[in-house]
Ligand binder design. Structure first.
Ligand code: MSP
Length: 733
């Protein structure tokens, strides 16, 4: 039996995932599903990269051990993959690889030992001990050449990483080196002999010119006094393996290289070589270092390294926690279906190029391509079969005698035209999909949608239904539409597994399209008489204005709360029920991972912008405990609500006036209107942040804010108050 192995990068555990990480998983998942449909036994790996100095530091900041830090972030990944249907239970990954797994230690050690014995293509030892002197970026986990860092602003300070804008570490220590410089010709030969080894083409060219520019030997260990959190070098435990060396090796240890456990469970020979899907940010590690390591260890090269572009913000900056411009998974999870997100990611990003992610664009695509496009085609076809054919798939044939009437109605009497259109589109979808041109593939699939829509509009089945002599014509039109839908379900299953399975069932078919190879589809195999299922809408239309307002409010609310004050304290370890589709509030809080000392409310964490306290790569060296003097900067005062009213056209805001012991009452806008009636508030003693900069909202100036706990999944506000009588204006300290 044919096998196939696909991998995503294994992600760092110093910060929580965002859309960028999800994206590579979605691509890998779609590829894996397509292979499974073809009957190919597929192994899909994703996981986490858990060692190294950046994780050590993140753990320290969070008052955790490195393993606790890893477990914490892995917990989030597991919830996330469950919520987005990417885990094993949903037909997604086969292994969630963790580099702290003991079998990985065993496998990596074996890999090292092999390299230690190896000779380079130029006949020298592949590994040697030397002395390293240079700059290292913890967040990149990479040594930096002169053109990769910016000189320091002040003399005596270290330079800064051009990617993370953080200070580099000076490393001057004994180190093992991998003699990469001896592999240039071998690598160029590899790229030459296997043009598909690095894809897409533009990336291949980049890699080739990098190698042609000359390779330097690579430091592959650190002394364990500078990096403790890692795997010791076999036979020399004073040294810890370089994290990239060890992380790349996960792709083979996971399936059994150098360890019995995975060898028995999966089988190295069975699945290797893999197709590595990566972001272009880490292409060099995969397309240069990894192949050279494999050459040295005498292991077969990967099937291919396929690099996608980056999701960037409207200013073209790569989405990252450090820059605070991420699309948070909690927001996506709350407002959009899994399939809409998958469709959007694959349709919108031209694979290999950078893509801009915008909620508006996502809503537009969900409404036009899904709700009005495929969704509408499916529901109108099925509803008409329900109505005009007693819920059974009609015959698609038009007899000799009925041909004339069909012609009169403008309907082709044989199905050759539509079947050839659909077959051609199917071939194109497959061709593009297999070349990772997902966007083109989807365009082709939507050509089928457009074609069938046009056929229905022109044939007007509702008119045919009124004319008994057109019964066969009506049947043929509806049959063709239903059959095209069946094809679409099979073709689109890898991209939208849930909704295509839904349509498939509504068509009255058994099972789902997960094991049907689109290449084997034959026009006309939808059986006449099939009883269709209950027709249900699968792509609800999204109210754009309302959803955008909610998302914007949620984001600004989060920002406001994060930057201005705190809410009720729920630590990252507090328990909570499951969120919308399974990301628990606990983990939503964790979205601001690293902020242990910062009291967290749920809303804060939903889409918290990166703050100094986030354990993002690059947020190094920032303590997350505040000093009492920091707290003293916030002026909290007791206030009494004098008036409260709703604001026209703002269903979330109440306008209140509060006496905080000053000459004039303060006017405050509070986002609590959905939970409190104005009358309930009058006379209440509340806590007011009195020294916030005033700001204008909906034309009203807000001169402070009130404190409230954020409770439950919805973040219901519960206003902080006092059990005893307190005078207005009393300070909280
Ligand atoms: N741990 C290494 C990889 C080791 S693989 C042996 C690492 N981890 S990471 O957490 O930084 O993940 C990087 C990967 O996440 C990218 O290559 C890409 O797959 C994904 N993305 C992270 N941000 C992204 C975007 N803004 N856009 C698209 N994908 C992004 O590097």
């Amino acid at each position: 039996m044919k096998t196939f192995y696909v991998t995503t990068p294994i992600y760092y555990v110093n910060s929580l995932p965002h859309l960028g990480h999800l994206y590579t998983m979605i691509v890998a998942d779609a590829v894996a599903r397509r292979k499974r449909q073809q009957g190919i036994e597929t192994f899909f790996l994703t996981g986490t990269d858990e060692h190294g100095i950046a994780i050590e530091r993140a753990a320290e900041r969070n008052h955790r051990t490195p393993k606790e830090q890893a477990d914490y972030v892995v917990g989030y990944y597991k919830k996330m993959t469950d919520a987005f249907g990417l885990d094993t239970a949903h037909g997604g990954y086969d292994i969630f690889m963790r580099t702290t797994a003991p079998f990985h230690y065993a496998g990596v050690s074996e890999f090292w030992r092999r390299m230690a014995k190896a000779k380079t293509p130029k006949g020298r030892e592949a590994l040697y001990k030397g002395h390293y002197e240079g700059w290292f970026c913890a967040a990149c986990a990479a040594y930096k050449a002169e053109d990769e860092y910016a000189p320091p602003a002040n003399a005596g300070e270290p330079p800064t990483c051009l990617i993370h804008e953080t200070k580099l570490d000076r490393v001057s220590e004994e180190s093992y080196f991998f003699r990469l410089s001896d592999y240039d010709e071998a690598l160029l030969g590899l790229y030459e002999s296997r043009p598909d080894f690095v894809q897409p083409e533009a990336r291949r060219n980049e890699v080739r010119s990098f190698v042609r520019g000359g390779l330097q030997d690579l430091s592959v260990s650190r002394v364990n006094t500078s990096v403790r959190w890692g795997i010791p070098v076999p036979g020399d435990p004073q040294h810890t393996m370089y994290v990239w060396f060890e992380a790349l090796t996960n792709y083979i240890t996971a399936i059994g290289f150098g360890n019995e456990q995975q060898q028995r469970a999966v089988g190295f020979e069975k699945f290797w070589p893999a197709l590595h899907l990566v972001g272009k940010d880490i292409l060099r590690f995969h397309a240069v270092y990894w192949p050279a390591f494999l050459m040295a260890a005498g292991v077969e090269q990967p099937r291919a390294i396929v690099a996608h572009g980056m999701w960037v913000d409207p200013d073209g900056r790569k989405m990252s926690k450090t820059l605070g411009n991420t699309i948070e998974l909690d927001v996506l999870n709350k407002y959009f279906s899994i399939d809409a997100i998958r469709y959007f990611c694959l349709r919108e990003m031209v694979f290999g190029q950078d893509g801009r992610f915008g909620y508006e664009a996502l809503i537009d695509r969900a409404n036009s391509d899904l709700a009005s496009g495929l969704g509408n085609l499916s529901s109108r076809t099925l509803t008409m079969i329900q109505r005009y054919c007693a819920g059974r798939v009609p015959s698609g044939n038009i007899s000799e005698e009925a041909r004339l009437s069909a012609k009169r109605a403008g309907v082709d009497s044989d199905a050759a035209t539509i079947s050839s259109v659909v077959e051609h589109a199917r071939d194109e979808v497959i061709r593009h999909f297999d070349n990772f041109a997902f966007s083109r593939a989807l365009e082709e699939a939507w050509a089928i949608v457009a074609h069938v829509d046009k056929m229905i509009s022109e044939a007007k089945p509702w008119g045919l239904a009124k004319d008994e002599s057109q019964k066969q014509t009506l049947g043929a039109v509806l049959y063709r539409a239903a059959e095209a839908l069946r094809w679409l379900c099979v073709l689109l299953y890898p991209v939208m597994p849930n909704s295509t399975s839904g349509i498939y069932q509504q068509l009255g078919l058994i099972g789902d399209p997960s094991r049907l190879d689109p290449a084997r589809l034959k026009w006309g195999e939808l059986a006449e008489g099939t009883q269709i299922g209950e027709v249900q809408p699968l792509f609800p239309r999204i109210d754009k204005a309302k959803t955008m307002e909610e998302i914007t409010n949620q984001k600004s609310e989060v920002r406001r709360q994060t930057s201005e004050t705190t809410q009720a304290s729920i630590g990252p370890n507090s328990s909570g029920g499951l969120g919308e589709r399974g990301i628990s509030p606990t983990l939503r809080e964790g979205a601001a991972d690293g902020a242990l000392a910062r009291p967290l409310g749920r809303a804060q964490s939903l889409d918290a912008p990166a703050t100094a306290t986030e354990a993002a790569p690059g947020a190094e060296g920032v303590a997350n405990l505040i000093d009492i003097t920091d707290f003293a900067k916030v002026e909290l005062r007791v206030g009494e609500v004098l008036t409260a009213e709703r604001i026209p056209k703002a269903d979330k805001l109440l306008l209140i006036t509060v006496d905080i012991g000053e000459e004039k009452p303060r006017q405050i806008l509070a986002g609590i209107a959905q939970y409190y009636e104005p009358e309930q508030l009058i006379g209440r003693k509340i806590v007011v942040v009195a020294n916030l900069k005033p700001r204008k909202l909906r034309g009203y100036e807000s001169q402070g804010m009130l404190l409230a706990a954020s409770v439950g999944e919805e973040g219901k506000p519960v206003i902080a108050t006092f059990a005893e009588d307190v005078p207005n204006g009393a300070r909280l300290k």
